[in-house]
Design a protein around this ligand. Structure first.
Ligand SMILES: Cc1cc2nc3c(=O)[nH]c(=O)nc-3n(C[C@H](O)[C@H](O)[C@H](O)COP(=O)(O)OP(=O)(O)OC[C@H]3O[C@@H](n4cnc5c(N)ncnc54)[C@H](O)[C@@H]3O)c2cc1C
Length: 192
């Protein structure tokens, strides 16, 4: 499993429960690095207790011989695997934007707090703006964008900003892990 984020850990636990021997390779110092240190440490412990190997703080540099999946890590370590699942993040496909003058940054469409892009009247709620890449957040952002667009057209309603500071997130591993708001580390340093 390349990537120890939400999807990587969910899939690692699923395949582990099917009897697969799992190795998780995570470039960050710990898996689920956006979550509280205690939570990621506990999930790490559970995975290892069930037989997984977790290599964190080291990235994959290349896959040699894709047929036999010989993986070379950044520290020179070689790993062989029967299959490899790559889950190292998602980015938007902006190829359809053409030259419309919509500002983007690293695969994301830039929006203001009202979900409006740099082109007035064009809104980009959801994953494409990279603010909170979660289904329920996308839904809330889309509702807000629709209402703000309606107000611009003179329809009844009031301009709104979605609250993206208190979005719950869940890792559907077992046991499940959930969080909302700041982690302890973020709170101690005064913010995200
Ligand atoms: C494996 C996986 C597991 C996930 N699990 C969870 C979870 O448990 N909980 C959670 O909250 N979130 C989860 N997510 C994230 C969640 O799926 C997204 O945050 C959510 O789908 C974002 O909604 P969206 O409408 O912004 O984008 P999307 O759902 O990606 O929808 C975008 C749509 O636009 C279409 N499209 C793209 N380009 C064009 C184009 N040029 N013209 C027309 N149509 C186009 C695409 O085909 C797609 O249907 C998961 C994501 C993945 C990949």
């Amino acid at each position: 499993m390349i990537g120890g984020g939400v999807i990587g850990i969910e899939m690692a636990m699923i395949f582990q429960s099917f009897g697969s021997k799992i190795t998780v390779i995570e470039a960050m110092p710990r898996i689920l690095s956006f979550m509280d240190r205690e939570i990621s440490a506990l999930i790490h412990k559970i995975l290892v207790a069930r037989g997984a190997e977790i290599l964190s703080g080291v990235g994959l540099s290349k896959i040699e011989n894709p047929r036999e999946f010989k993986l070379i890590l950044a520290d020179g370590k070689n790993i062989e695997a029967d299959s490899v699942l790559v889950s190292i993040g998602r980015t938007g496909d902006l190829s359809c934007l053409g030259g419309e003058g919509i500002q983007t940054e690293r695969g994301k469409i830039l929006v203001n707090d009202y979900m409006e892009t740099s082109v007035p009247g064009v809104f980009a709620p959801g994953d494409i703006n990279g603010k909170k890449m979660l289904a329920h957040a996308a839904f809330t952002m889309a509702e807000t964008a629709a209402e703000n667009a309606a107000v611009q057209l003179g329809l009844p309603g009031s301009v709104k900003k979605p609250d993206l500071d208190h979005v719950p997130s869940v890792v559907y591993c077992f046991p499940e892990a959930a969080a909302v708001g700041l982690t302890q580390e973020e709170a101690e340093r005064g913010g995200p």
